[in-house]
Structure formats: C-alpha cells, structure tokens
Design a protein around this ligand. Structure first.
Ligand code: ADP
Length: 430
C-alpha cells in the first residue's frame, strides 16, 4: 500500500514537472517573438511567479553607469517605485549572484549576512526565502532574476532553481535582443534627426551664400568689361572662382532635393541630339586647353525623348566635366547616343586614368572619391556622380560605368523613352 502511495506521488510529481516544462516551452516561444523590453520583462516575472508558486518575482539589470543592479520589473512594485530602487553589488544577495555568476537558494534570508535590508524597508515587505539566478548572455552576467517567498509558507526547492535557470537562459537572450533593438531604434532616430539638421543646414547655407555670391559675380563681370591688362586677368580668376563656388552650392542643393524627395521632373519633348551638342559646346574650350579631341556619334534622325531637359543637361555636364578632368592632355573624349530596346542610351567615353574595378560601384556614392581628398590632384567634392545617379533614377533609368585603370572609362546611362508621345515631333535641328 505504501509503495503504491509513493508511486502515485512520484507520478504526480512527474506530471507537475511535465506541465511546467510544457509551460516553459510555450514561454520560450513568446520570449523569442517579443522585441519590446517592458512587456517582455513583465511576461518573464508573471511566468516565474506562476511556475515557482512564489509571492513575488523581480528582474534586476546591471546599470553600467552607476555600477549597481537596478530593478527593471517586479510584480509588487509600481513603475515609479522600481526606478528609485537599486541594489549594491557588494553586500547583497543579488550582487553575490551577479558577481559569482551562480544561482543561489536561501531558505532564511533574514539571517543571511549577504541579505540587503534596504528593499524590504522601502517596500514594507518581509523577504523570508529567496532564489536568484544570473541572467547570462554569452557567459557574462547582465542581471539577476529573483523569486521570493514560496506561497502558503512552503519551502523553496532545487526544482524551483532548475525551472528558473532554464527560463533565465531564454530570458537573458530575449532581454539582450530587445535592448539591442531599442539601441538600434534610438540610433536610427538620432541619424534621422542629424540627416534633417544636415538638410536644413544645406538649405540655409545655400540661401545665405547665394546672395553675396551673385553680387560678386555681377560686379566682377561688370568690372571685367572695362578692365585691361593684369586687372582683367585677375578679374577672370575672381569670376572663375565665384562660378565654381556657385556650381558647388548648386550641387549641394540638388543633392538635398534628391535625398528629401523634393526633386520633381518637368517633362518636355526635345531632341537628345541637341542636348548633347549644347553640353559638349560648354566643355570644348576646357578640352581644347588640354589638347583633348572630342568626338560625337549621334543617331539620325535625331532621337526625340520626353524628359526633364535641365536635369539631363546636369547629368551630361557632370559626366563630361569628369571626362575632361580625369583625362590627361592629348586624350580623347567621345559622346555616343542611340536608341536601344525602346530606351535612349548615352555613353561618355574617355581615355583617362580609369577607375579600379573595386571602386566602380562606389564612385556613385555621395562624397566618394577614388583618390583620398588630402592627396588629391583633382578638384571636386565627390558629388557629381551621385547627383547624376539620382537624376537618372528619377527618370526611371539607370547609370553605370565600365573602366580599366590607365586605359579610360565609359559612363553609360539609359532612360525609358516614351515613344508614343514623342512620335511626330519635329527635331529642332540636325
Ligand atoms: P568629383 O569629380 O567632384 O570628385 P564625382 O562624384 O563626379 O565627384 O566623381 C567621384 C569620383 O569618381 C571622382 O573623384 C573620381 O575619383 C572618379 N571618377 C569620376 N569620373 C571619372 C572618370 N571619367 N575617370 C576616372 N575617374 C573618375
């Protein structure tokens, strides 16, 4: 009879264990799917109180700033209370667990030297027995999980320690993930704010710079008209520098418009051949000064496209300016345009210094320059190609580069041509 009774008790014990393991599995699923810290901590303490049948349960996390353990969740404490209570690492049970990274079961807390009375006093509570287990991430303790006073005056056992250790392993990882997520969210918000500040700064700086700059340009051109000899040479330098500054400000504003989504297309139907010719015209004197030859290969009849003329002018201008800049004296620059698969293709080819293979994608990143800026032989801010890319993509097109170091580069962009609307339009020249 006694044997049967003992057997029945053992079976009941095993059933309890299975039920608690089942609960643990379900909880670990919840823990793995929650990335919000506060609800996660709340779930952990609810479950631990239920599984260990204790009066209270709390989570303390190590605060790197103060070097103390700080309550982050507890069943019996309100949020305001929690925030004001911390536990020292020295002379406290939680501190011992944290420092030694080991679980602890204390059946008579009041007579344990390590017990810290401060929390009981603040909460008007009496801790009799306590189980604490470390919360570990990759073997390092990040806090402590505690359960206090078994309900109904019963004794805590190692079975409870086992349950808590199992759950603490899952909980610690979930807490760490939630914390990382929180940090990521904050960093993202900060980045967003910085981006907004940068955008505002560019817009204000551009506005403030443009007014005095247009005055300088105006007066310098006026004086240039009547100047002679050395004065006219000096005024040419002033004018060139002012125009360069003006185009840098223009680049910054354009980039800002692309990034903030403010850039909009003003579509019109025009001849791509004309656009290429006009653009080349602007760079002829620069190319001539470097004894570079310039070639053109345009379709006949001229290719009519519907696009934003000004923006494409800027794209082509940036590509031509780079071609002239990065091609040594005596080199060749060629522009080719054609229609292919219902798209307009434009290629700017040079026999310049070329771009190393691993840099080919990066040259389109803003402020990216192949040569580090301090040792650069070439002028520029590293914005031209990122603006060109933004403008081409705004048209639904794409841009890329093929290049070989020492031999030259070909920048190609293609745009969808809306044939139906362009048909029947007369080319303006050719
Ligand atoms: P910037 O010319 O003002 O430096 P870009 O965005 O126009 O800025 O170009 C980025 C970088 O790509 C340049 O600094 C240069 O290193 C490289 N690059 C662009 N075009 C050429 C080219 N035609 N030949 C060689 N390198 C080029």
């Amino acid at each position: 009879m006694e044997v049967e009774q003992a057997l029945r008790e053992r079976i009941a014990g095993m059933e309890r264990r299975i039920a608690s393991l089942e609960r643990l599995v379900r909880v670990s699923l919840i823990l793995n799917s929650t990335l919000s810290l506060e609800p996660l901590l709340q779930t952990i303490i609810e479950v631990i109180t239920e599984l260990t049948e204790t009066e209270d349960c709390s989570i303390l996390l190590f605060d790197e700033k103060t070097g103390e353990l700080r309550f982050r969740a507890a069943r019996k404490m309100r949020q305001e209370e929690l925030e004001n209570i911390s536990v020292p690492i020295d002379n406290s049970i939680a501190g011992w667990i944290f420092r030694n990274n080991k679980p602890l079961l204390i059946r008579d807390a009041q007579n344990d030297d390590r017990f810290y009375q401060g929390v009981d006093r603040k909460l008007d509570f009496q801790t009799r027995s306590i189980i604490g287990v470390p919360l570990q991430v990759r073997g390092r303790a990040i806090g402590v999980l505690e359960a206090i006073n078994k309900r109904g005056g019963r004794e805590m056992g190692w079975e409870d320690v086992h349950v808590m250790t199992t759950l603490a392993a899952q909980a610690a990882i979930a807490i760490e993930n939630a914390r990382l997520m929180e940090e990521l969210r904050k960093a993202y918000e900060k980045l967003h704010e910085l981006d907004r500040l940068k955008s505002d700064f560019i817009s204000i700086a551009a506005h403030e710079l443009r007014t005095p700059l247009s005055l300088i340009l105006g007066y310098a051109s006026f004086l240039r008209g009547s100047a002679t000899g050395q004065a006219s040479e000096q005024l040419d330098i002033v004018l060139q520098s002012a125009m360069r500054l003006n185009s840098l400000i223009g680049d910054m504003v354009n980039l800002r418009h692309i990034e903030t989504g403010e850039a909009q297309l003003e579509l019109e139907v025009f001849s791509l051949n004309d656009l290429v010719r006009n653009c080349i015209q602007e760079f002829l004197s620069l190319a001539c000064a470097k004894q570079q030859t310039v070639g053109l290969n345009l379709p006949s009849p001229p290719l009519m496209i519907e696009a934003d003329r000004q923006k494409l002018h800027l794209v082509l201008g940036n590509l031509l300016s780079n071609a002239v800049k990065f091609t040594p004296s005596g080199g060749r620059i060629e522009v080719l345009a054609c229609e292919h698969d219902g798209q307009a293709w434009v290629a700017v080819r040079d026999t310049g210094i070329g771009i190393p293979r691993k840099e080919l994608d990066r040259v389109f990143d803003r402020f990216y320059q192949v040569e580090p800026s301090l040792s650069r032989r070439y002028e520029g801010m590293g914005l031209g190609l990122s603006i060109a890319k933004g403008m081409v993509e705004l048209h639904g097109g794409r841009i890329w580069v093929e290049s070989e170091v020492g031999k030259g580069s070909t920048f190609i962009f293609c745009l969808p041509v809306t044939q139906s609307r362009c048909k029947g339009e007369e080319p303006s020249s050719e």
